[in-house]
Design a protein around this ligand. Sequence first.
Ligand SMILES: Cc1cc2nc3c(=O)[nH]c(=O)nc-3n(C[C@H](O)[C@H](O)[C@H](O)COP(=O)(O)OP(=O)(O)OC[C@H]3O[C@@H](n4cnc5c(N)ncnc54)[C@H](O)[C@@H]3O)c2cc1C
Length: 713
Amino acid sequence: MTARYAKIILVATIVLLIVAFFAFDLHRFLTLEYLKDRQQAFADFYTANRILTIFIYFVTYVVVTALSLPGAAVMTLAGGALLGFWVALITVSFASTIGATLAFLASRFLLRDWVQGKFGDKLKAINEGVEREGSFYLFTLRLVPLFPFFVINLVMGLTPMRALTYYLVSQVGMLPGTAVYVNAGTQLGQIENASGILSPGIIFSFVLLGIFPLIAKRIIDVVKRRKAFSGWDRPKRFDYNVVVIGAGSGGLVSAYIAAAVKAKVALIEKDKMGGDCLNTGCVPSKALIRSAKMLSYARRAGDFGLKTGQFEYDFAQVMERVQGVVEKVEPHDSIERYTGLGVECHTGSAWIKSPWEVEVNGATLTTKNIIIATGAKPFIPPIKGIEQVDYLTSDNLWDIRENPGRLVILGGGPIGSEMTQAMARLGAEVTQVEMLPRIMSREDPEVSDFIQCQFEQEGIRVLTGHAAREVTKENGENVLLCEFEGEMVSVPFDKILIAVGRKPNVTGFGLEKLGVAVSDRGTVAVDPLLRTNFPNIFAVGDVAGPFQFTHTASHMAWYATVNALFGGLKSFKVDYSVIPWATFTDPEVARVGLSEDEAKAAGIPYEVTRYGIDDLDRAIADSEDHGWVKVLTKPGSDKLLGATIVGSHAGDLLAEYVLAMKHGLGLNKILGTIHTYPTMSEANKAAAGEWKKAHAPEKLLAWVEKFHSWRRG
Ligand SMILES: Cc1cc2nc3c(=O)[nH]c(=O)nc-3n(C[C@H](O)[C@H](O)[C@H](O)COP(=O)(O)OP(=O)(O)OC[C@H]3O[C@@H](n4cnc5c(N)ncnc54)[C@H](O)[C@@H]3O)c2cc1C
């Protein structure tokens, strides 16, 4: 018989048995009521035919679990009631494991080749994980039944786990749960009348049934801890409650919170306090954008009724101002300030020696917990010849003091786009090169089009769909060769700024040696409590992702610090449900929640409401009457799914929608709130008004109209 026929016969048998089970309503025999009704009859039969009863019970149990039929839990309780604790425990333990293994084998025989053939690439990581740690995961799933057992049987059958391993781990893993159920069953069997239900024995047994998953989870946590820490010597006492590595947004906030709750905390920074955001990111970029904006106003002098729009400016002076802004903000993140807050600041490179030891400047600090906040660095794509030019990144851009001339900016994301416009306004001849079909591709296409159009109006050359392949020299000048629709396009340049993404800093400070897991995205892998695979080592900010913003780094810092310091008492899962962001181009683009594209892709039903900011009084008065507010709501409801604002001060305007989403407020609430006239914030209220108009109760209004006409006589 070929495997194909065997499969067909097996499927037919399984289907036949399942159909028979439901068609003849056999499930009624597996209900507590039925078993309770027949308790005495079963007991009598058992007394007369012990072996036969156990055999029938065993075979039925195997069939029920092998076919993934409902009723195994009730059968386990009944087993306890009928057979007594030890006989039931042994019988159920073997029957359930054999049944589970048969389901596992059937799933493997019928589906594994097909699933692995179709999704093999995608399952590679899972397969590797199962080969490495499958037994442990199976054990945890058996002990804490997060998923129904039949799902585990069917899914594990598709993985490379050996059948014998599956059998043995299942038997051991299910044993404690089986014992708790069987024990509850023995108590059920003893209920003679209503008052028996309240007997201490039965109450205890059912409390045990309820709290067993919690106890099991605790056991698994302890096992995981032991497993993670095995091979490392735990110090007897610790110098610190927490050592934070990296003094950027994530590290500073972590240290701040720890010190605020009186923990002993050390903060280690190898470079400048404040990290990227202060020194090479948000602060200098926004300072540069501000100066560039002044120049754009000058060029638009006519829009404001002014005759001349001449500003004298010097590139170097603008860059010096940027530096001045950084210096002015510096005290907020300084060693002095943090020392004053109670944080012990160390300047030097940190090295994690063990899960409880961090080395800095030759000294070893022992600590209960470690928070990794080492950030990210500009990603340099493997473009042929790139190393031959003195390329710029967001790290060294701030050091230039001369207009870069013909500047290629590689990257159409937020950083690339912000710098494209700012540098062009400051006099560089900018070509922005993006591989994807549009810039700012995380936003809806209309946003990308609008910003690209704005850039082009300002004289910027935007090359989308252009994949940078090589940097070379032609006639003595630098040239970037890009592939566009199968052809090579040459883009000559004097300077090139690479802004194609940021790579998490996960190497060079001991993670590899320690065995801290890194995700497929190259970030430190963390669970929802922000723990790495070492339960006392946490990671926050750019190094952990998934977002790379200052405000998400500080948001994560709260969770990591509280979980590190108080995790034994109460832990908090990091909440990414309402994450706002803004791109500070002119006009700005700000978003919270879903974009329309994302809602479509996820198949989430939505309604769109738009308000054009060209209609807003304040925007007209400011000659900033462009852009829009676009709100996505649940159909038939004023509850927000997302909001995108394109316009002047969009980043600030967004705050109202962030608040609304965070606290479940709808557009009716925004509409019912007084907004100062004339401000840009009225755009939010106007958008809510648009939504209201579209949802006006037409029928009711028709009656109201009749009422007014009647009153007029
Ligand atoms: C040009 C640009 C503009 C940006 N604009 C914005 C914006 O407008 N809004 C926004 O929200 N975000 C913006 N960002 C992103 C923001 O800067 C980052 O998301 C944020 O800085 C991440 O903080 P972090 O704490 O994770 O890492 P970082 O700020 O990078 O801090 C990590 C720190 O760890 C230190 N470190 C690393 N390894 C070690 C070690 N072994 N020992 C000791 N110290 C170590 C580093 O020196 C660094 O100081 C921008 C970024 C760039 C580049």
